[in-house]
Design a protein around this ligand. Structure first.
Ligand SMILES: [Zn+2]
Length: 62
């Protein structure tokens, strides 16, 4: 299978598995019955969803 010879594809952040930004609930509804959520960025990749370039061999993937 041919690969495009452009920049290498960034690796998915192993810490958030690519879901860099997640919404978490505060656990309690407000008086309007809504469930407020907080948007949190992955600290490992700063919300990028990709891991910093590392010399990881392809065979290391599980
Ligand atoms: Zn991440």
């Amino acid at each position: 299978m041919p690969h495009p010879t452009t920049t290498p594809t960034p690796r998915i952040c192993p810490n958030c598995d690519g879901f860099a930004t997640v919404a978490i609930t505060t656990g309690s509804r407000d008086r309007h019955g809504h469930l407020p959520t907080l948007t949190i960025d992955c600290r490992a990749c700063n919300g990028q969803g990709t891991a910093p370039a590392r010399r990881v061999r392809e065979g290391a993937r599980v």
